[in-house]
Design a protein around this ligand. Sequence first.
Ligand SMILES: *Cc1c(COP(=O)(O)O)cnc(C)c1O
Length: 220
Amino acid sequence: MGLQDIQSRIAAEASRAGRAPGSTKLIAVSKVQPLDRVEAVLEQGHRVFGENRVQEAAGKWPDLQERYGAVELHLLGPLQTNKVKQAAELFDVIHSLDREKLARKLADLAQSRGESPEIFVQVNTGEEPQKAGVLPEAVDPFIAACRTMDLPLAGLMCIPPVDEEPALHFALLAKFAARNGLSGLSMGMSADFERAVALGATHVRVGSAIFGARAPVAAV
Ligand SMILES: *Cc1c(COP(=O)(O)O)cnc(C)c1O
């Protein structure tokens, strides 16, 4: 457990899979973690972090970046259209594009700002009703629609169902990306990031295996 352990496991898996060293980026998912744990990982020199909520990230990262310098920030959770502007200002990468209305907003904003965060399309590979993401059969037309809006896409992201073999979902995501000419693959979390690396992940999103278990979110 811990940052260095995860980094070396990623490197070992890349080497086993015949992938170039450094071809998978480690996103340290700091959502809900106590500040001292996040600071400890910053002290170790890590500068790539992921958050699930715009509000939570806005509350802690401007101050942390003032103290530690620039950090590459990734938004992993669902994005509401009324938060797109704030998200684009705060995040370097958005992993959760999942609907046309949001794509339109991001495209308009990219036009007006002259720059855009990197964008991943979230795919609901397990076709789970409670989960966000474009359904498998809609992936190709959705990507085509984004391209007609001149919205540049970096790749695809998935969160496999908890009770299924993640490798099947990672392989499916890689297939969708390849046939659409996308190189980015955001897949793999604490429990399965090594399998994701073996199957071509360019980004793994690891939280609890770096920081320790998250405190349970209070019931509302
Ligand atoms: C919380 C979260 C992660 C990290 O989960 P761990 O199991 O703690 O590694 C990765 N991706 C997304 C989208 C998340 O919400």
